[in-house]
Ligand binder design. Sequence first.
Ligand code: DX5
Ligand code: ZN
Length: 214
Amino acid sequence: MIKIAPSILSADYVNLERDIKKAAGADYLHVDVMDGVFVPNITVGIPMVQAIRRCSGLFLDVHLMVHKPVRYVEDFARAGANLLSVHLEADHPSAIAQALKLMGECGVKKAVALRPITKAEAVLPYIGELDMVLVMTVEPGFGGQAFMEGQLDTIRQVRSIIEKYNPACELEVDGGINTRTAPLAVGAGANVLVAGSAVYGAEDIPGAIQALRG
Ligand code: DX5
Ligand code: ZN
C-alpha cells in the first residue's frame, strides 16, 4: 500500500493546527527540520515538534536536514517524533551509526536520507537496522522544486538493496511529488510519498492526498 506523508513545510504556519487536521487522512505527517548549515534554509525545531504532537495523533516522520544530527536525536524523540531520518552526508559514518543506535534506545523508528548526489550503495552499512530509506528527488532545502527524474535510478537501486537485505524497510521519496511524478516514483519502488506543495497548494487537501494514492 502506498503511504502519503504531507509535508507541513508548505502549510500555513499561522493556521498550522487547522492545516494538520486537514491532513488527517494521510498516513504520516512529514516535518522538515532545517538548520541553515546542512541546507541554506531554516525551518522548525524541537518545540514545534512538541506542539504538533499535542495537536495530532498522526505518525510524525521528522526529516532532519541538520549538520551532525546525532546531537539532537534524543530531543526530537522526546518531543514526540515517531521516526527520525538523518542525512548520510551530515556526519561521519560512525556518528550516523551512533545516531541510529540512539534512535533505537529512544524507541523511535530509524531512517537515513540521501541527497541526490549520494549513491544508493551508501545505505549498505545500515540497511539491516533501518525502518526507512528516504531518497531525495530535489536538492533538500526548499519546497516547490521540480522532481529530478534522474533519481528514479537511485530509487530502483535502493529498492533492490531493500529487497535483498531488509524487505520490511520502507522507501520514501521527497521532493517534487505530484499526481504526474507519484506514479513514476512508485513504479521505481517507492512506497511512501512526501508531498508539500501538491497537498498544501491544493484547495481540497483531503482530495489532493487521495489523488496521490493513484
Ligand atoms: C525539501 C523538503 C521537502 C519539501 C517537499 O527539502 O525535504 O519535504 O517539503 O516539498 P515539495 O513536495 O513541494 O517538493
Ligand atoms: Zn523533507
